[in-house]
Design a binder for this molecule. Structure first.
Ligand SMILES: Nc1ncnc2c1ncn2[C@@H]1O[C@H](COP(=O)(O)OP(=O)(O)OP(=O)(O)O)[C@@H](O)[C@H]1O
Length: 765
């Protein structure tokens, strides 16, 4: 005990020493930032004094130019210094709150004296460049996360290095004082993790750098895989691992990689809101974030792409057809179909101008041009050449158009102001009236033709909808549909349905990617070669087709995909073949698969309960944190159920828990929200993915609760009536696994057979 106190005092002394240095550094930095700002202001204000401007001539003299250049260079040097200092200050300020969280001692070989390093959120060195704190992402820091005492290895830029780790110590520091410290032999001691996990949540996700687990560390520091696939149980830290991985990559490749080279596809907007603080907390900027829906629909402004709400509420589609259209095989069919378009089959549209009956450019003519180029032309060149030719033809049409009567009529009806706007200069002079009319006529025609130019530039002479339908019609000739249990009549009927929805400007999620892919192939739209890393969270809700399309869009990127096949709420059982299909897209030698089986989100009681929902015996280990057993409340009717709900809510509020009431769909979310309001119980209804996550109790439909977590969850209407189909198992699992500490389930009538039978019951019937 005495030893422990002494050690703590020693550590406190070291901490005081580091804190002092940090404070001094902070002062210095603030001072130097002020000085630089002052100098820049000074430079700016004297800018024109020092620069000898030569007002006599029109052109700037050589001397003036040089002088401006020098001045600018000084300014930009100052700016560089300033930026550097500001960045350093931000790190220092972060370190000041808690300089480090761990210490490791290690020996590089038998003879050497052990070295001691401290690990924190950023690096910090004294003026002799002696590192007092190592960034958690530095190569050596890896041993803290990775191994037990004894021999451990880490990857450094020079290769693998093995050391003998002799001590691993964790600290909890608050306001410059060591609150707690423990020595451990485990990767990251459970004690520390327990302390961290017991802290109350907020509506925002936090970084986990102090307690990253060994398996998670593998995901975070993987730099070799082209595809890193992570399968992990609910709450196993997949999302956390991605975010720390991004921070790691930005550090590891700093100077070469910025946050704009990283894109993350997330399940919905709410989720983006939920995670937005994590990277800034680690001193990094957020990456580009998007939902798949945003990714596709921003390219189709004239169409409504089926959104999450519709997708969830209307799951009537024929499953055989969906399975086929969602597959990589279907993706390959689009590719094959496009190849064949090089010989024939592209469908064109007339282009009109003024006369809505007689085309300005007839589709037959466009087709003739398109196929007039020789066999060596690829689709992309063919369309470029066609566009060029059409623009040329359009330019030739200007002069004859000017002579038409509508133009002279237009000139006559111009007001003085409109006329002035057409002249190049207000006092513009012309040799004759005819000259002036010709000048104005050209201007008017040119302006009127702009929409035609635009149509050509945007490839609007291709009838994309008809083209896609023609592809669908060709499908039975290209593949044997019976292998997919689809007969030709069903397929033909399906094509008609797609046609009808196009007429209403609607496009389904399982058409949109194929539609865009075909468009890309046809028009040679360039893929994004700059993106370096693509992260996809909740992979189980993507179809193989969508993933193939993302791969096509980001050909140079490394992919990290994370998901839990047990939480597939859109693709349901289809997700089981997902992994197989994805792996066909990547080189198996460059694919790494990591499994996370331990769940950190929920108490042992909740994890043990939720894992029984899954029937296929998935490996999920509960983390040993205690809490109340899930409670199931059966009630006679809705009004009794709402009363029970209010009781639970009030109880949760007393314990200061944030509660989410999760319903199956939006209609029941609205119902619960209103009924509670009638009883004076205030909740926030989350109805769309674009809403902000606010503090307080929430009512959320299941499909918007993806990826989120709450202190307490109440599953509304856990009845047989609402959840009985076997393929709804994943949905029930997703809902119940959002709870961190307390889980209640309320139902009327019969309890859903998908739920396990244990849990406290409060049936009152
Ligand atoms: N190593 C860790 N140390 C501390 N907390 C952790 C750790 N790993 C995960 N957690 C916590 O566990 C919770 C669940 O993590 P996260 O949301 O990343 O899991 P997930 O696998 O993405 O879950 P889901 O698939 O259910 O959405 C979060 O509160 C996270 O902070």
């Amino acid at each position: 005990m005495i030893k422990a106190t002494e050690e703590k005092q020693e550590e406190q002394k070291h901490l005081d020493h580091v804190m002092n240095l940090i404070k001094t550094k902070e002062k210095d930095l603030k001072k130097s930032i002020k000085t630089v700002e002052g100098e820049a202001r000074e430079l700016n204000s004297h800018f024109f004094d020092d620069v000898k401007l030569d007002y006599d001539g029109y052109s700037t003299s050589m001397e003036t130019a040089l002088s401006i250049h020098q001045q600018q260079q000084l300014l930009s040097e100052r700016e560089h210094d300033w930026q550097h200092s500001v960045k350093q200050l931000a790190t220092i300020e972060r370190l000041e709150k808690s300089p480090y969280f761990a210490r490791v001692d290690f020996k590089e070989n038998d003879q050497a004296e052990p070295e001691t390093i401290y690990i924190g959120l950023g690096s910090f060195a004294d003026e002799n460049d002696h590192f007092l704190i190592y960034d958690w992402r530095a190569p050596i820091s890896s041993i803290y996360y990775d191994g037990k005492l004894g021999e451990v290895s880490y990857n450094s830029p020079e290769g693998k290095i093995t050391v003998d780790m002799t001590k691993k110590r964790q600290f909890m520091i608050k306001d410059g004082k060591i609150v707690n410290m423990f020595d451990t032999n485990e990767s990251i001691g459970d004690q520390m993790l327990l302390e961290v996990l017991s802290e109350k949540s907020s509506t925002q996700m936090k970084s986990i750098v102090t307690t990253i687990q060994q398996e998670q560390n593998k995901i975070i520091r993987n730099t070799s895989a082209e595809l890193l696939f992570v399968q992990g149980a609910a709450g196993s830290g997949k999302t956390s691992a991605i975010l720390q991985r991004i921070a790691f990559l930005l550090y590891r490749y700093r100077g070469n990689l910025t946050s704009s080279d990283v894109i993350m596809f997330s399940p919905n907007q709410l989720f983006n809101d939920y995670i937005k603080n994590v990277l800034p907390e680690m001193g990094e900027q957020n990456m580009v974030q998007m939902t798949y829906w945003q990714f596709v629909s921003r390219r189709l402004p004239g169409m409504q792409v089926e959104n999450l709400f519709k997708q969830f509420e209307d799951q009537t589609a024929d499953t055989a057809t969906s399975q086929f259209k969602d597959s990589v095989n279907f993706f390959n069919l689009v590719t094959r179909y496009a190849k064949h378009l090089n010989q024939r089959g592209v469908i064109f549209k007339n282009i009109y101008f003024r006369d809505k009956k007689k085309p300005y450019f007839a589709k037959d003519k466009i087709q003739e041009i398109y196929y007039s180029f020789n066999q060596n032309y690829k689709l992309a060149n063919r369309i470029d050449a066609t566009r060029e030719e059409l623009i040329k033809m359009l330019n030739r049409k200007i002069a004859p158009e000017v002579r038409k009567s509508w133009v002279s009529q237009a000139i006559e009806s111009l007001s003085k102001k409109q006329l002035n706007e057409l002249y190049d200069r207000p006092d513009q002079e012309f040799a004759s009236e005819a000259e002036e009319e010709k000048f104005l006529g050209r201007k008017i025609v040119f302006k009127a033709l702009q929409p035609v130019f635009e149509k050509i530039r945007h490839n609007n002479f291709i009838n994309m909808r008809a083209q896609y339908l023609s592809f669908l019609r060709a499908v039975p000739k290209m593949t044997d549909l019976s292998k997919w249990q689809i007969d030709e009549t069903t397929w033909a009927k399906h094509v008609e349905e797609v046609k009808d929805s196009f007429r209403n400007h609607d496009i389904h999620m399982n058409d949109v990617s194929a539609y865009l892919y075909l468009y890309d192939l046809l028009t040679g739209r360039r893929a994004n070669f700059e993106m370096r890393y693509v992260f996809i969270d909740e992979i189980q809700d993507y179809t193989p087709f969508q993933l193939a399309y993302l791969k096509y869009n980001f050909p140079r990127a490394k992919f990290t995909m994370l998901g839990d096949l047990n939480q597939a709420i859109f693709t349901k059982d289809e997700s089981r073949s997902l992994l197989k299909q994805i792996s066909s897209l990547f080189d198996p030698k460059k694919t790494d698969v990591v499994q996370l089986t331990k769940s950190y989100r929920s108490t042992k009681e909740i994890t043990d309960f939720t894992k029984q929902i899954l029937r296929q015996g998935e490996k999920i280990e509960a983390f040993n944190r205690q809490g109340p057993k899930p409670a199931i409340w059966g009630r006679e009717n809705d009004s009794e159920a709402i009363k029970a709900l209010q009781g639970i809510l009030q109880n949760n509020d007393q314990q200061k828990f944030t509660t989410a009431i999760i319903t199956k769909d939006l209609a029941s979310a609205k119902f619960v929200h209103e009924e509670l309001a009638k009883m004076g119980q205030k909740t926030n209804l989350i109805a769309t993915a674009n809403q902000r996550l606010v503090a307080g109790d929430l009512v959320v439909p299941s499909y918007l609760a993806k990826g989120l977590e709450f202190d307490a969850v109440i599953m509304w209407d856990a009845s047989k009536k609402t959840y009985h189909k076997l393929d709804e198992t994943q949905l029930v699992y997703t809902i119940t696994s959002r709870a961190m500490y307390k889980l209640d389930l309320v139902y009327t009538g019969e309890k859903s057979p998908l739920l396990p039978s244990d849990g406290k019951t409060y049936d009152e019937k």
